[in-house]
Design a protein around this ligand. Structure first.
Ligand code: AMP
Length: 206
C-alpha cells in the first residue's frame, strides 16, 4: 500500500497530513505527487472535485516554495470564490508547520482595499479568481513577474464561465519560464487550445 511517506513529501507536510487524519493518498495524489515533486515540468491532471486534487497539486506546490524568498512564487487560479476559499483553507492546513510560508486568497465580492493591504505583506502563494486578479494587476497591487508555478484549477469551469480573455491577459503578466499545472474534469477543444498555447510537453495523469 502506498503511503504519503513514499511520495517524497517533507516531514512538515507529513505531520500536517497526520494531524488532518489523511492516512492514504487518493488515486490522483498517488500518481501526481511524485511526478510534480521530482519534475520541473508542465502537467495536466484530469480530475473532478472530490478526488483529492487540491492536495495532489497543493502538497508538491508547498514543497517547491522557498520560505526564504518573500516574493510571490505560486499563483493558483480558480473559477469561483468558494473554490478559491476551499483551496486556501486546505493549503493553510497543509502548511501548518511551515510558518514562513504565507498563503492568501483574493476573490471578487469582497473588499478590495483589504486585499490590497494584505498584498503589501509577503505572500508566496496566491489563490485568485480571474476577474479580481486582473483588477488587482491593473491597480498594480500584485506582482506576478517572479512566479515559478501556475495552477489552473477547474480549467474547464473557468472557460465555461467566460474567463478566457481574463486568463489570456493574466498569463501575459507571468514569466515564460514558469511551470503550469492544469486540472480539469473534461478536455474540450478550448482546453486543448490553452494547453497548446501555454504549455510545453505536459505530463498527463487521469
Ligand atoms: P478535493 O477533491 O481536493 O476537493 O478534496 C475533497 C475532500 O477530501 C477534501 O475535504 C479533502 O480534505 C479530503 N481529502 C483529500 N485527500 C484526502 C486523503 N488522502 N485522505 C483523506 N481525505 C482527503
Amino acid at each position: 500500500m502506498t503511503s504519503f511517506e513514499n511520495l517524497g513529501l517533507s516531514q512538515e507536510l507529513l505531520r500536517a497530513l497526520a494531524d488532518l487524519g489523511f492516512e492514504k493518498p487518493s488515486a490522483i495524489q498517488e500518481q501526481a505527487i511524485p511526478q510534480l515533486i521530482d519534475n520541473y515540468r508542465d502537467f495536466i491532471g484530469l480530475a473532478q472535485t472530490g478526488t483529492g486534487k487540491t492536495a495532489a497539486f497543493g502538497l508538491p506546490l508547498l514543497e517547491k516554495i522557498d520560505p526564504e524568498d518573500k516574493s510571490t512564487q505560486a499563483l493558483i487560479l480558480a473559477p469561483t470564490r468558494e473554490l478559491g476559499q476551499q483551496i486556501a483553507e486546505q493549503l493553510s492546513l497543509f502548511s501548518k508547520y511551515m510558518p514562513r510560508v504565507n498563503v492568501l486568497s483574493v476573490y471578487g465580492g469582497a473588499n478590495i482595499s483589504t486585499q490590497i493591504k494584505d498584498l503589501r505583506k509577503p505572500q508566496q502563494v496566491i489563490i485568485a479568481t480571474p476577474g479580481r486578479l486582473l483588477d488587482l494587476i491593473q491597480r498594480k497591487a500584485i506582482k506576478l513577474h517572479e512566479i515559478k508555478m501556475l495552477v489552473l484549477d477547474e480549467a474547464d469551469e473557468m472557460l465555461n464561465m467566460g474567463f478566457k480573455e481574463d486568463l489570456d491577459q493574466i498569463l501575459s503578466h507571468t514569466p515564460d519560464e514558469k511551470i503550469t499545472w492544469l486540472f480539469s474534469a473534461t478536455m474540450p477543444k478550448e482546453i486543448k487550445k490553452i494547453v497548446n498555447t501555454y504549455m510545453y510537453q505536459p505530463i498527463e495523469v487521469k
